[in-house]
Design a protein around this ligand. Structure first.
Ligand SMILES: [Zn+2]
Length: 130
């Protein structure tokens, strides 16, 4: 079943809220990262143990920021599809993605059937063929 105008508006609101939250998170992680860098450079006589903890935390913040940025990109792409009119269509079969699925995953680009097929294919490719 195709999405109604109201359903799309509702999902758009969810995506816009998610984008706002992700932007705030990314900024926070990046600020943490630069604050930790600053501490690291001031603390040049500190012992090695402290420094590696600081580096590890910086890496963690960066990893989290990267993950958020990736999700942000998916959210932007979904908003783009809403603007262009292709939102809610399966990327693979062109069928309609379930409204319930979109409420759970507003950035979903495939219907349940194609997604599980895609994951199966992907998982098989990732296996070493010994
Ligand atoms: Zn499909």
């Amino acid at each position: 079943m195709e999405l109604s105008h109201d359903q799309i508006k509702e999902l758009e609101a969810v995506l816009l809220a998610r984008r706002k939250a992700l932007n705030a998170e990314v900024n926070e992680h990046l600020q943490q990262t630069s604050a930790q860098r600053l501490e690291g450079s001031e603390n040049t006589v500190g012992d090695v143990g402290d420094e590696s903890v600081a580096h590890m935390m910086t890496d963690l913040s960066l990893a989290e920021a990267t993950r958020d940025i990736n999700e942000l990109r998916d959210v932007e792409a979904a908003l783009q599809r809403i603007a262009e009119g292709g939102y809610g269509e399966c990327l693979d079969c062109g069928g309609d993605i379930d409204h319930a699925r979109l409420m759970a995953y507003p950035t979903a680009t495939r219907c349940v059937t194609c997604q599980s097929q895609h994951e199966k294919t992907y998982a098989t490719q990732g296996m070493p063929s010994l």
